[in-house]
Design a protein around this ligand. Structure first.
Ligand code: ADP
Ligand code: AMP
Length: 213
């Protein structure tokens, strides 16, 4: 199963991809996670990406395309994968199509998650993340058992630097202008499925498995 999880920041793509990845034993490949790790380690990629990420802008296409090209060559992706947060522009989607085609592969389905703007802002504002193991929590909707500590690895939870009100606004704007056209792109290829992202994670997960069933 080769899947793309599409949708605005905060809609719950990572949360759902995490569950499905564990259940299906296929990797969740998140360009956001890969970039954040690079920023944390101050690698050349991280140094290059940081200012774009902090201001809510997209990292240049050639950079993220290079990340995905390398990642999809790893053996764990041969049985399938879930792309979370990639592609985000039409050129990225075109590059993905052609790199998969070289290996006689293609995308099976694109799940497009939908949610109201108010709820997106609520989810992003309350998000807390573990920089150590990438687990994601929400202050109200899915709090960790001990305040500020990761249930999974005990790491100290942080609020992502791009989950501040001004950057949230910018990211939603960038989504609308640069990523929204991908809905049409994949609709025309007949692989797009719309998923209502509202309600608790369990409910959304049922919709995800129903869409794949
Ligand atoms: P994305 O990967 O699309 O940016 P996340 O999966 O990181 O979104 O979710 C954003 C925030 O919303 C996180 O704090 C997460 O815990 C919370 N969240 C995810 N799904 C739901 C849901 N169905 N109901 C309530 N909160 C959710
Ligand atoms: P995310 O974790 O998916 O919300 O991504 C966080 C940030 O990483 C984005 O706001 C971008 O700056 C950058 N990023 C992640 N994925 C991409 C992508 N496919 N194209 C460009 N920038 C990306």
């Amino acid at each position: 199963m080769r899947l793309i999880f599409l949708g605005p920041p905060g809609v719950g793509k990572g949360t759902q991809a995490q569950r499905l990845s564990a259940q299906q034993s296929i990797p969740k490949i998140s360009t956001g996670d890969i970039l954040r790790e690079a920023v944390l380690k101050k690698t050349p990629l991280g140094v290059q990406a940081k200012s774009f990420m902090d201001s809510g802008k997209l990292v240049p296409d050639e950079v993220v395309i290079g990340i995905i090209r390398a990642r999809l060559k790893e053996t764990d992706s041969k049985e399938g994968f879930i792309l979370d947060g990639f592609p985000r522009t039409v050129p990225q989607a075109q590059a993905l199509t052609s790199m998969l085609r070289q290996d006689q592969r293609s995308i099976d389905r694109v799940l497009n998650f939908e949610l109201s703007n108010d709820e997106l802002v609520r989810r992003l504002s309350g998000r807390r993340s573990c920089p150590n193991c990438q687990a994601v929590y929400h202050l109200e909707y899915s709090p960790s058992q001990k305040p500020e500590l990761c249930d999974r690895c005990g790491g100290k939870l942080i609020q992502r630097s791009d989950d501040q009100p001004e950057t949230i606004r910018k990211r939603l704007e960038v989504y609308r202008s640069q990523t929204l056209p991908l809905i049409r792109f994949y609709e025309e290829q007949g692989v797009l499925v719309r998923i209502d992202g509202s309600g608790p994670p369990e409910t959304v997960y049922q919709r995800v498995t129903a869409a794949l069933g």
